[in-house]
Design a protein around this ligand. Structure first.
Ligand SMILES: Nc1ncnc2c1ncn2[C@@H]1O[C@H](COP(=O)(O)OP(=O)(O)OP(=O)(O)O)[C@@H](O)[C@H]1O
Length: 298
């Protein structure tokens, strides 16, 4: 899967982790993340010795986002410059692109994808990039159209985050498959936007409606998968004839995988089971795509 890039990001310890005297067991060295197994010989403290086990994993990008004073600190801007600009350049060339954040609950997916008002994440930055196109990517189009939609998948059911839904039956959208364009969500609202401010308004509206709940690890854990889709259509002249380049950008903030905890209430347990089930399925899909892809590479 040559067109797939994988990045890993290390976030700072949370207040709770600091209070519990948590330790960072990951180191980042260029494109390699090294995880130290502190359980070896139950040696929680003490000097490094040959029995300490380090497992190294390679990625396309490794981000160290612990301390802003650290020279190797990766800010939201650094992450955007690597990942967001390639999304934009792909979209400008007419490719469909999917960027998703995957990880354990509380690991920093929403922070990276959405960010905070003081530290804006990938999704709003990518939208801003579409409107303030100052690129060297390709020829500028005569005009372009941007339409967005925002949905969440909660307990395997789909809800439009940008449409007032029936309170009794909010999760009623159906996923269908079009013979030519592939899977789509029937009845999902599409919103034409003409500037960055409008996109931010819609993003805030959708984020506010998304289901969150407190878990042992994270006070505001997202309990659903959220998909923000941008349909980007460029009007161009091809051989002096009007034509269009259409691309679709899916920006996905997945719910976090978590360990089943019998002390949770029934809702949390059901949510957790559905989250884990869908993430395992996603893993199977990616492995299968990889296997199929390898079969045809000669
Ligand atoms: N790179 C970072 N720098 C500073 N704070 C971060 C960073 N990443 C995450 N955080 C903070 O850590 C907490 C958890 O992050 P976040 O909500 O993004 O986790 P999540 O993976 O989306 O969790 P869940 O799957 O439970 O929804 C938040 O308070 C967030 O502000």
């Amino acid at each position: 899967m040559a067109n797939v890039k994988v990045a890993v990001r290390v976030r700072p310890l949370s207040k709770r982790e600091n209070a519990e005297e948590g330790r960072i067991i990951v180191e980042v060295d260029n494109k390699v993340a090294k995880v130290r197994n502190i359980k070896v010989d139950n040696r929680l403290d003490g000097p490094w010795d040959s029995r300490e086990k380090i497992v190294a994993f390679s990625f396309d990008y490794c981000y160290w986002s612990i301390d802003p004073e650290d020279p190797k600190y990766a800010s939201q801007e650094v992450v955007f410059q690597d990942l967001g600009t390639s999304v934009l350049s792909g979209a400008f060339k007419g490719y469909n692109i999917c960027l998703f954040a995957y990880g354990q609950t509380g690991s920093g997916k929403t922070y990276t994808m959405m960010g905070t008002p003081a530290s804006v994440g990938l999704t709003p930055r990518i939208c801003e990039g579409l409107f303030s196109r100052q690129d060297d990517y390709s020829e500028q189009p005569a005009s372009c159209r941007v339409e967005v939609s925002f949905l969440e998948i909660y307990n395997e059911r789909v809800r439009d985050l940008l449409k007032q839904s029936d309170h009794k039956k909010p999760y009623t959208l159906r996923v269908r498959e079009h013979p030519e364009t592939g899977p789509y969500v029937q009845g999902l609202s599409q919103h034409l936007v003409t500037d960055y401010k409008q996109v931010v308004g819609l993003l805030e509206e959708g984020i506010a409606k998304r289901i969150t709940a407190a878990t042992h690890i994270h006070d505001a854990s997202s309990r659903s998968h959220a998909i923000f889709t941008i349909h980007y259509t460029q009007a161009i002249l091809e051989n002096n004839l009007p034509s269009e380049i259409a691309s679709k950008i899916n920006l996905v903030d997945l719910a976090g995988s978590e360990r089943a905890d019998p002390s949770y209430c029934k809702d949390r347990i059901t949510e957790g089971a559905n989250i884990n089930k869908s993430l395992v399925t996603l893993g199977i899909v990616i492995s299968t795509l990889d296997a199929v892809c390898c079969m045809f590479v000669f």
